[in-house]
Design a protein around this ligand. Structure first.
Ligand code: BEZ
Ligand code: FE
Length: 296
């Protein structure tokens, strides 16, 4: 095929660039890249991107890549605070048939957390803060219990830190994988998580400060619920009384993901209340697959 790549003014670049990619073998890659180039070019024209701003944008991309390692994923974090991760999660997991809403994975999921039995405690060291008992049922969209579903949970501590961020917590603390019983039920013991700041030591923190935004997430527990024959549900359940519930820095809170963190009277001999959280999950039929872990 003959091509003419001679550029005649800035307006001609967009169709020529898209035409140059027209031979892409993978049709989906061809479609995605053509749209990406179209939108990026439109964006550059819209804001009249300066050369200095282009250099700054390149620096930001280089910096988020260089700030990423096996223990920290700055690229995911940047996508999170821009609302990109939540948008992808919501677009790909509509709640149309009554299935539970999805939420962003975040940068802290780790594969292969300890396999637990229903009733186990995922707090593997003494932690300050109230006990919380979490339970619920996994069902399909027809209301039938899903027995043998894997319920992978992870959460921050009562001081708002994941074990991978905190040298005072043992390996895989506040993480575990449970299996639903014959009635599709799961239950476990933990401590009530606190809300926390997303990491701000890197380029994403620089951006948040430039935007005069706070960096806080409301208290939540993460769940990844899976079973062969069902689409894996990645979600989070938020405390109904959490600070920042209405201003999550990563836009993760949807109405139906707010769970009742119910306080109960202290047991005799204790001066602390304990909490219960009861939350059911509804899975959609589909392919069971898992994301790439953001950290090791
Ligand atoms: C999290 O929920 O673990 C999370 C999500 C986005 C940014 C930081 C943490
Ligand atoms: Fe989290």
């Amino acid at each position: 095929m003959s091509t003419n790549h001679l550029i005649d003014g800035e307006a001609s670049i967009t169709p020529i660039a898209i035409a140059a990619m027209a031979q892409t073998t993978d049709p989906r890659l061809r479609q995605v890249m053509a749209s990406f180039v179209q939108h990026m070019h439109a964006f550059i024209r819209d804001v009249h991107l300066t050369e200095a701003e282009f250099e700054r944008a390149v620096r930001f991309l280089v910096d988020i890549g260089q700030a990423t390692n096996d223990c920290h994923n700055e690229v995911i974090l940047a996508a999170d605070v821009l609302g990109i991760s939540t948008l992808v999660a919501l677009r790909n997991n509509p709640e149309q048939e009554g299935q539970t809403a999805a939420a962003l994975l975040g940068p802290f999921w780790r594969a292969n957390s300890p396999v637990c039995r229903n009733g186990d405690d995922i707090a593997r060291c003494d932690l300050p803060g109230p006990t919380m008992l979490v339970s619920g049922q996994v069902r399909d969209i027809d209301g039938k219990p899903v027995a043998g579903a894997k319920v992978d949970v992870w959460q921050a501590s009562p001081v708002g830190m994941y074990e991978n961020q905190d040298e005072h917590q043992p390996e895989m603390n506040l993480r575990g994988q449970f299996t639903t019983d014959a009635e599709g039920r799961y239950h476990f013991r933990t401590v009530r998580p606190a809300g926390y700041p997303v990491p701000t030591h890197g380029p994403t923190g620089v951006l948040l400060r430039a935007q005069n935004r706070h960096c806080m997430r409301p208290a939540h527990v993460h769940f990844m619920v899976s079973h062969e024959g069902f689409k894996t549900l990645i979600t989070q359940v938020f405390a109904d009384d959490a600070e920042h519930l209405h201003s999550d820095v990563v836009f993760g809170v949807t109405k139906r993901l707010v769970g009742r963190f119910e306080p109960h009277q202290p047991a005799p001999g204790s001066n602390e209340p304990h909490y219960t959280l009861q939350y059911d999950f509804v899975l959609e039929r589909g392919v069971c697959c898992f994301p790439e872990p953001p950290i090791k």
